[in-house]
Design a protein around this ligand. Structure first.
Ligand code: NAD
Length: 455
């Protein structure tokens, strides 16, 4: 990985500013062409992308396809809709504005910075880029240094499809990130942890740059008794243990009705075996922890509560088995910090109001999951809790629907993206009011004497 110098960063920015000023990106046909190129970048390189993800995270080919290459759906959605999104929209004007017309023009912001994390290192850099391109911006993208194979592949591929005056990749770690953040951008789109999100926002504030922060948190998963147990267990196991639990919207912990806890744990144990075999360390479908630092952070959680499923670890391989913890105290670190790994604490409740109170006592999560067929309970949870998004009777799938804006609230982030929301994130909506010269009523001009009575 080549670390970039300050003068190199300034040079790229200057070139991109000039390119943006040429006005080319404002042409919607240009944007469409670039979206097609981005699609080609993904579809023509599925194999090297899959290999890089395998090397970084031991990601299986299937998961790589499902959660990373599938970013093509997002590109297709933008290709289908960008002309419609980019059109000025007529705005209603009040009756007494009869000589006026109002329009809202979406316009690109200019030069945007996209910083992404390592857990879905390909899709989380490409997905926001779709919005940046569709809205007509230039972009600098910085993949995560913790997924070095994917980062260098992105740095190799992007220049084959885009000129750097338009889209440029800057590789590097914290120092590079800070070098970039010191510059003035027209928007910063950051995906990562809450603590770093604060650093990003502080840096952006110096230039009054707007930010979108896609952050993390502890996403609760409530399980009521009114469920299909087998389906519930499978959907939770899949959502929690895919990518070895390193998913921002993975169910962080379970809140289970005590009447179903025993059955649910038995069903989860069975499902883990069905999905990953007797020994998940040998499963071709089970991932690894990204780094030894994260491995050590996670293995400390294994001292909290009682391990009832899994718990095996291998430092060399950065392997942690799919693990379920019982008897966890709310004051334990595993219940205080975002887990972001394959460890699932189970907390039981006897009254749903206690589960709601627990959720509301913590920072607002990115996702909330509820398994129940009871519609009143569904309504109650939606009404009495706040989270970035909610998925009822499933996990993770909400991220795959382009028409649903995706983003956090409170500590889990601000702003959102996917589909039209991505276009909106990278656009400024310019309001334009036009008057005509047919006539000029003089009621608003001085002298105002006696005019107040006309209003
Ligand atoms: P991170 O915040 O450590 O790193 C993200 C990016 O920030 C990387 O590119 C990194 O180089 C950069 N960075 C790190 N330290 C920095 C600093 N001091 N100054 C400037 N830049 C810095 O996050 P991560 O460990 O890569 O990812 C895990 C976190 O991301 C989890 O909290 C997870 O929930 C969250 N996440 C959120 C989403 C979402 O869509 N909301 C998606 C994936 C991950």
């Amino acid at each position: 990985m080549i670390t970039i110098t300050k003068s190199e960063v300034t040079q790229i920015i200057e070139k991109q500013r000039n390119f943006f000023a040429s006005g080319q990106t404002k042409d919607v046909n240009f944007r469409l062409e670039q979206l097609h190129k981005l699609k080609q970048l993904v579809t023509e390189n599925e194999q090297p992308i899959t290999q890089a993800l395998k090397a970084d995270l031991n990601k299986s080919e299937f998961e790589a396809y499902l959660s990373e290459i599938s970013v093509v759906q997002e590109i297709n959605y933008a290709i289908k809709n960008v002309k419609k999104w980019a059109k000025p929209k007529k705005a209603d004007v009040p009756l007494d504005f009869f000589s006026y017309s109002g329009k809202i023009y979406p316009e690109p912001l200019g030069l945007v910075l996209i910083i992404s994390p390592w857990n879905y290192p390909f899709s989380l850099i490409i997905s926001p880029l779709v919005g940046a391109i569709a809205a007509g911006n230039c972009a600098i993208i910085k993949p995560s240094e913790l997924a070095p194979h994917t980062s260098s592949l992105v740095a190799e591929l992007v220049p084959q499809y885009f000129q750097s005056e338009y889209i440029a990749v800057v590789e590097g770690g914290v120092e590079t990130s800070q070098e970039l953040l010191a510059q003035k951008f027209d928007h910063i789109f950051f995906t990562g942890g809450t603590a770093i999100g604060k650093i990003v926002m502080e840096a952006a504030a110096k230039h009054l740059t707007p930010v979108t922060l896609e952050l993390g948190g502890k996403s609760p998963c409530i399980v009521d008794t009114d469920i299909n147990l087998e389906h519930t267990a499978r959907r939770i196991t899949w959502g929690k243990f895919m990518n070895a639990g390193q998913t921002c919207i993975a169910p962080d912990y379970l809140l289970v009705d005590q009447n179903i806890k025993k059955d649910l744990i038995a069903a989860l144990q069975k499902t883990i075996k069905e999905l990953y075999g007797e020994n998940p360390a040998q499963s071709p479908d089970y991932g690894r922890i990204i780094s030894h630092r994260h491995f050590e952070r996670l293995t400390k959680f294994l001292n909290n509560g009682k391990i009832i499923v899994g718990g095996e670890t291998n430092y060399e391989e950065k392997y942690i088995a799919p693990t379920i913890l019982d008897d966890v105290a709310l004051s334990d670190p595993v219940m205080q910090e975002e887990i972001f790994g394959p460890i699932l604490p189970v907390i039981e409740y006897t009254d749903i109001k206690d589960a709601i109170a627990l959720i509301n006592s913590q920072s607002k999560p990115l996702a909330l999951y509820l398994f129940t067929q009871n519609q009143n309970l569904q309504k109650r949870i939606l009404q009495e809790t706040s989270s970035g998004g909610v998925c009822l009777n499933d996990t993770i799938m909400q991220v795959g629907v382009s028409s649903l804006p995706f983003g956090g609230v409170g500590d889990s982030g601000m702003g959102n993206y996917h589909g039209k929301a991505s276009f909106d994130t990278f656009s400024h909506y310019k309001s334009v009011l036009k008057n005509s010269f047919w006539f000029d009523l003089n009621w608003r001009y001085a002298p105002y004497k006696d005019k107040l009575s006309l209003l």
